[in-house]
Design a protein around this ligand. Structure first.
Ligand code: NAD
Length: 437
């Protein structure tokens, strides 16, 4: 049976949630405080780059199952039987999750509610948040407000596929009535349901992201070791990943993880552990390895080109991964200022990434403009456009040694080398040693 659903926050998670639930036949209202965003969505334009999302958005809007609003006229009439919170939980300066957006919304919903509803927390919130929101706001409301922790696991760039073919749906609840409603909400999705208590559901989200981050930092450590001993990380990753107990995903070595989730969620989990008197040593190392890994291109470009004054460097890719415009915590944000500080003129090219200003760098709209006259190029994002570059042409437009630092191990080393360029990567056939000898 179609449910009346409200999704608060139409960012990467909220918008995907809204359009997908509308596609499943529910009556959905997406609410955001950003008027410009809401106007754009009403006009049928997606505010995020996500393959396939615009078609679903327009279909839902035209069928009348998907509406976009601001909370300007108050929350009371916006509350649905199921009200999903999907606002941001960015990293606070001390590494903790900043819950101010979540608290503002939950407080407003609890104060405005004049009929019972179920609040579904999709924002990633630390363990214990559900209990404290209930005590502070929900239990103070005039009506019953149920609470479900329903963490989201979608990957940007594959969000629709991840929504409809998810590996699992996690539901943390303390009341069977809320679970019944949630089973109805996800009726059409075939996936194992993990029904548990709220704190365990909150922990599943952080533990999942911490585990995936650990896999990435682990393979990066092995790749660095490969560089020291002259082994090849591609073969090593394949050899490890074919073991079903390990699995091949998240074993791509490179300049580390970025994005809006792994960096902040690992830091927040470390913060929670410390606050609870536990030193999460493994997680601290995962974070440290990642911080170091993203500086590899700077180290190697500077080693090869000790004086970067009067040289230019091309940064290929700004999004934290391909098929998204999201630049949050992209390694480029660390790499660019460091190279600029050394005197290099930086030109950044990314086909899709959001337009943000990075001090010391110019954004260009064509990959060839970025490469023109550059002494080095750093591949930050493994966009297909970069893997298919005409390397002979790249050689002809670049100057000096023509260093290509493949930060995602995504290029064909032979193709790059045979064009007369200097290829560097992370753990591939002892690249740095050979090229710098
Ligand atoms: N981005 C991902 O891939 C991803 C994946 C899984 C989980 N998450 C989690 O989901 C949550 C949302 O992430 P996101 O990337 O979609 O965030 P986002 O920053 O892209 O979007 C948040 C949206 O909430 C809106 N908002 C803020 N305060 C509001 C208010 N008071 N009322 C209405 N709208 C308000 C903002 O305007 C913004 O549009 C975070 O907790 C994140 O950790 C994100």
């Amino acid at each position: 049976m179609p449910l009346s659903v409200t999704v608060v926050g139409t960012g990467y998670v909220g918008l995907v949630t809204g359009v997908c639930l509308a596609h499943s036949g529910h009556q959905v209202t997406c609410v955001d405080i950003d008027q410009a965003k809401v106007d754009m969505l009403i006009s049928g334009k997606s505010t995020i780059y996500e393959p396939g999302i615009e078609d679903l958005l327009i279909a839902g809007r035209d069928k009348g199952t998907l509406a976009f609003k601001t909370p300007e006229s108050g929350w009371r009439d916006l509350i649905g039987d199921v009200t999903v919170v999907a606002v941001g939980t960015p990293m606070a300066p001390n590494g903790a999750a900043d819950l101010s957006q979540v608290r503002t919304v939950v407080e407003a919903l609890a104060a405005a509610a004049d009929r019972p509803f179920t609040l579904v927390m999709k924002s990633t919130v630390p363990m214990g948040t559900g209990a404290s929101l209930r005590e502070r706001y929900l239990d103070q409301a005039d009506v019953r407000i149920g609470y479900i922790s329903n963490p989201e696991f979608l990957r940007e760039g594959k969000a629709l596929e991840d929504w409809f073919k998810t590996d699992r749906i996690v539901l943390g609840a303390s009341d069977e009535a809320d679970l019944v409603l949630m089973r109805e909400l996800y009726d059409d999705i075939e996936a194992p349901l993990v029904e548990t208590d709220v704190a365990s559901a909150e922990t599943i989200k952080y533990a999942s992201n911490a585990f995936l981050s650990t896999k990435i930092s682990f393979i990066n450590e092995i790749a660095n070791l490969c560089d020291c001993i002259g082994a090849d990380i591609d073969s090593v990753s394949r050899g490890i990943g074919l073991d079903k107990r390990i699995g091949s995903q998240f074993l791509n070595a490179g300049i580390g993880y970025g994005g809006s989730c792994f960096p902040k969620d690992t830091r927040a989990l470390d913060f929670i552990a410390t606050l609870n008197g536990y030193q999460f040593t493994l997680l601290k190392s995962v974070i440290e390895v990642n911080n170091r890994q993203r500086l590899l291109p700077v180290v190697h470009v500077m080693r090869a080109l000790p004086d970067l004054h009067e040289r230019s460097v091309a940064i290929l890719g700004l999004a934290f991964k391909p098929d998204t415009d999201d630049v949050r915590e992209s390694p480029a944000l660390d790499i660019v200022p460091l190279l600029a500080e050394q005197g290099a003129a930086i030109r950044i090219y990314d086909p899709i990434a959001a337009d943000i200003a990075i001090p010391g760098a110019a954004r260009v709209t064509d990959v060839w403009r970025a490469l023109e006259g550059a002494s080095a190029a750093v591949v930050v994002t493994d966009w297909v456009e970069f893997t298919e570059l005409d390397w002979a042409r790249v050689r002809s437009v670049m100057t000096g040694p023509g260093i290509i630092f493949d930060g995602r191990n995504c290029l064909d080393p032979e193709a790059v080398r045979s064009a007369g360029l200097t290829y560097m990567a992370v753990g591939r056939e002892g690249q740095h040693r050979d090229d710098l000898a």
